[in-house]
Design a protein around this ligand. Structure first.
Ligand code: AGP
Length: 615
């Protein structure tokens, strides 16, 4: 949801900034722009569309030599994705430039004030007011760019992470953070600012996480961080534990293909270090004591999109293993009802990015009601872990493709670990029962690998369905969220109408959608759950009798489905609760291949952004 890069050093800033933007393009690709300070002058360039349009425009001009600059890649909120609305935005003098991630909620009032005072605003954006407010502050002698930014921030409402340069202060880049992420990269004689460490990982792996409502002044050899009042701020320094190769395609055609292939390793990494030699689980970062976990009497999971589907699966595991009532709620809906929360409610917030505003707002609401909050997150240094009582990192490594793949599987592993840990602490399962399940979890990387090795028929199937208009997905029990996830992947990547249904609900309405030749993907539970299994086999027969083309995902050795499957996709036999780890993979491959067959960019599907930092 907009990517920001800032640089102060001795290298040509334009190269550093554009290279950083390329690594942040997953955050938004409606337009891109840069600003570079050279010899006391400000050069800006911006273009609607993907970064390639900006690169082409820059190639036509002599490159500026300046070593201080910044850039932006946009996911449009205010104003259409045009050149005019692309960032950076400048003030009336053309010497101050601003890039922004978020939404300034009081921009209309500020814009009216500024226009009244004679400013000319050229864009439809909320961002541009900041450049003009800074112009006034600096004209009135605010005492340097950082102080001017602090003063302006105190007047802004909403979410605003900003980076600013001023041609009259040519050795400085200033950033401010409220809500949307901003990380400092600390180099040798150079420093960086970015929405995500991926932007500067090729230059440094030493980072400083900016906190809420902080302003950073970046010089070549100095980083100064304060709060919005100018008081020195507490910050967290950390070392990034992955390198630049993790943020590159590594020979794959797309990040999504690479990330699907990385799933066995990602699942293994999520388990790493969490299973003791005695078979007991240790979840050190939880920061919620065993005593407190024993007091919990209800769990509410909040999340969005794919993470919400992981939450739906978590509910089955938590209720089954830990014997605790568990609700799952779309984070965007949570605070608009009156959820009953007490000190003995545990809220689990699942978010890959740790920056999804809907999820963060749900967390804040839960904490205001005194509930304990546990985050499940993939991005170290993001906002979610800071705002939760405890956190469990998924350790999937950077996920660049907008469609969540490896992070979904690792979220599942994380919630299984939480459910088993609760069972261990609360004594709802014997130690050896927990250990047996943990041992099964440890075999999952190899099982996921086996699924990946057998995906060619799925790719062929996907290519053959590229001209279809609609695909339905059915499942029962944990197969239902898998069906929802399969449908979401197809919608976002192939732009096709796709719906996931609980197979038992079919007869209550959706069966009317079935017509001759309609592809319907059915996730069949393991035979060990005989009742569920047999019911879904009946559902397959019902839809096939009405002309559906059945695409059946069933475990190895399940021959009962053979007569009713137009296409049969095999997955390894695993316990029911763990089946989503193997059953989701063919659906990811299916959507990815179908979208590729339609000529879509699977890493950057239209209208989407990787982290959604607005509500
Ligand atoms: C899924 O493919 C999407 N990228 C989207 O649904 C995503 O899962 C959702 O926006 C939540 O993101 P988060 O995990 O970063 O909070």
């Amino acid at each position: 949801m907009c990517g920001i890069v800032g640089y102060v050093g001795s290298k040509p800033a334009l190269n550093v900034v554009v290279e950083g933007l390329a690594r942040l393009e997953y955050r938004g690709y409606d337009s891109a722009g840069v600003a570079v300070l050279t010899d006391g002058a400000l050069m800006t360039a911006k273009r609607a569309g993907k970064l390639v349009n900006l690169r082409n425009a820059l190639d036509e001009e002599p490159a500026p030599e300046g070593t201080v600059g910044m850039g932006h890649t946009r996911w449009a909120t205010h104003g259409p994705p045009t050149d005019r609305n692309a960032h950076p935005h400048v003030d009336c003098t053309g010497r101050i430039a601003v890039v922004h991630n978020g939404i300034i909620e009081n921009f209309a009032a500020l814009r009216a004030e500024l226009t009244e005072r004679g400013h000319r605003l050229d864009s439809d954006t909320d961002t541009e007011v900041v450049a003009h407010l800074l112009e006034e502050e600096l004209r009135d002698g605010a005492g340097g760019l950082a102080e001017a930014v602090r003063r302006v921030c105190r007047r802004l409402e909403g979410a605003f992470t900003l980076v600013v340069v001023n041609a009259d202060d040519p050795d400085v880049v200033v950033g401010a953070r409220r809500n949307s992420p901003l990380v400092v990269g600390v180099g040798e004689g150079e420093n960086f600012l970015a929405s995500d460490v991926a932007a500067f990982i090729a230059h440094t792996r030493d980072a400083i996480e900016l906190g809420q409502d902080q302003v950073v002044e970046l010089r070549r050899d100095k980083v100064t961080i304060t709060d919005f009042q100018g008081r020195p701020a507490e910050v967290r320094e950390y070392h990034v534990d992955w390198d630049v190769t993790a943020a590159e395609k590594g020979g794959y055609d797309s990040f999504m293909l690479k990330e699907i292939a990385e799933q066995p390793r990602a699942v293994a990494d999520t388990l790493l270090g969490r299973i003791g030699t005695d078979g007991r689980l240790t979840l050190d970062e939880m920061r919620i004591s065993d005593e407190q976990l024993r007091e919990i009497d209800k769990i509410i999971i909040v999340a969005c999109g794919t993470a919400y589907h992981a939450g739906l699966i978590a509910k089955y595991a938590i209720e089954h293993w830990a014997g605790l009532p568990c609700e799952v709620e779309l984070a965007s809906e949570f605070r608009y009802r009156d959820p009953i929360l007490t000190r003995t409610t545990l809220v689990i917030a699942i978010s890959q990015s740790g920056e999804t505003m809907d999820t963060l707002m749900a967390v804040r609401h839960a904490r205001e009601q005194r509930a304990r909050v546990l985050g499940v997150c993939n991005v170290n240094g993001s906002t979610l872990p800071r705002e939760c009582d405890g956190v469990l990192y998924t350790h999937a490594g950077p996920e660049v493709g907008v469609a969540a793949t490896k992070t979904f599987l690792t979220q599942l592993v994380a919630v299984y670990l939480i459910a088993l840990y609760l069972a261990q602490v609360r004594g709802t399962k014997w130690g050896d029962e927990v250990f047996a399940m943990v041992q099964l979890l440890a075999t999952m990387p190899e099982k996921v690998e086996r699924v990946l090795e057998t995906m060619e028929p799925v790719r062929e199937l996907a290519r053959s369905l590229a001209d279809e208009r609609c695909v339905l997905f059915l499942g029962r029990h944990v197969g239902y969220p898998v069906a929802l996830e399969g449908a979401l992947k197809l919608k976002e990547l192939a732009y096709m109408h796709a719906e996931g249904f609980a197979a038992g609900e079919l007869k209550h309405g959706p069966i009317a959608l079935i017509e001759e030749g309609l592809p319907v993907v059915v996730v069949v539970p393991p035979r060990a759950r005989a009742v569920l299994h047999d019911k879904i086999v009946s559902n397959i027969q019902e839809i096939r009798a009405r002309g559906a083309r059945t695409i059946v995902i069933a475990e190895d050795g399940d021959d009962s489905v053979v007569p009713f499957s137009d296409t049969l996709i095999r997955v390894p036999a695993v316990p029911t609760l763990l089946q989503p780890l193997v059953a989701t993979v063919p659906l990811q491959v299916f959507s990815c291949e179908l979208a590729r067959a339609k000529g879509h960019d699977v890493d950057q599907p239209r209208n989407l952004a990787k982290s959604v930092t607005v509500e």
